[in-house]
Design a protein around this ligand. Structure first.
Ligand SMILES: *[C@@H]1O[C@H](CO)[C@@H](O)[C@H](O)[C@H]1NC(C)=O
Ligand SMILES: *[C@@H]1O[C@H](CO)[C@@H](O)[C@H](O)[C@H]1NC(C)=O
Ligand SMILES: *[C@@H]1O[C@H](CO)[C@@H](O)[C@H](O)[C@H]1NC(C)=O
Length: 247
């Protein structure tokens, strides 16, 4: 399914020849102290101030621009029954994501973040051929998907390592759980622009979005974790722990 090979390639251009440095100026006054009583609340408060700043991207820290996030090619579904490819994909709305809660178990190196995104819009061009459940789907054109009121719980297990005498974090593995209020689809120009058939397929997708999440889910998971890891790795490979959480 959702293979996302190109995303890997884009994000892999990092971390050669990286020197330790402090957080960028715009994040320096958003750090929290591990010893403060409301450490986790501070992290949530400041995290929400940091999100719109971080999504602007920062070449000095290998963070691509994320408003919108652009993905040149995604092989969304690749099964014997159905092939769907997406190109020139733009993901909009990441700057409005809200951090709702955080559990930062430093001793256990385990960090959980609860995020909410009201409207994440994914749009671009698609090519589809095959069938999804009982419904034939074939066409080529523009598409828009809206992930409405998504809630994402991301847990990462990290490891501390030393580089140039400084301690850094890296992610060993991450997992994600999510739920949506609704997902809407609009695929234009299905069946060479046959409006009747096209409307029928879109209606079918919109009515069965929760069942179809089984097929689309792994791809969504992949994208979210990739965004998360990109940001985490960008900062944590370059910025020692002591600058990220104060004592
Ligand atoms: C961080 O510091 C800068 C410069 O001192 C200031 O303009 C900005 O408002 C501060 N941000 C927060 C969230 O306190
Ligand atoms: C593919 O389609 C066939 C015939 O409709 C069906 O029996 C089979 O379960 C489908 N396979 C998948 C992976 O959806
Ligand atoms: C999707 O891309 C793959 C890999 O490039 C290709 O083999 C497949 O035919 C494409 N599917 C469609 C429907 O064009």
């Amino acid at each position: 399914m959702f293979t996302l090979k190109n995303v890997f390639v884009i994000f892999a251009i990092s971390t050669n020849c990286v020197f330790s440095k402090d957080l960028p100026e715009y994040l320096k006054n958003l750090t929290c102290s591990k010893s403060q009583k409301d450490f986790e609340d501070c992290f949530v408060r400041n995290g929400n101030k940091a999100i719109p700043l971080v999504v602007r991207g920062d070449p000095d820290y290998n963070i691509p621009k994320l408003n919108p996030m652009e993905i040149p090619f995604v092989e969304l579904i690749s099964t014997p029954n159905l092939s769907v490819n997406l190109t020139n994909v733009k993901i909009r709305g990441l700057e409005n994501m809200k951090l709702q809660k955080a559990k930062l178990l430093i001793e256990e190196s385990r960090y959980t973040h609860w995020l909410k995104g009201e409207n994440i819009i994914v749009e671009g061009e698609y090519v589809a051929n095959g069938q999804i459940m009982i419904m034939p789907i074939k066409g080529k054109g523009r598409f828009t998907t809206n992930l409405k009121n998504g809630e994402y719980e991301i847990t990462s297990l990290t490891e501390t390592y030393e580089k140039d005498g400084e301690l850094h974090w890296k992610i060993l593995r991450s997992s994600i759980k999510y739920s949506f209020e609704r997902i809407t689809f609009n695929f234009e120009n299905l069946f060479d622009g046959n409006k009747e058939l096209g409307d029928k397929v879109n209606e079918f997708l919109n009515e069965n979005w929760d069942i179809l999440l089984v097929d689309f889910g792994p791809g969504i998971t992949d994208i979210i974790l990739k965004i998360y890891r990109t940001i985490f790795d960008a900062f944590c490979t370059q910025v020692p722990q002591k600058y990220i959480f104060l004592d």
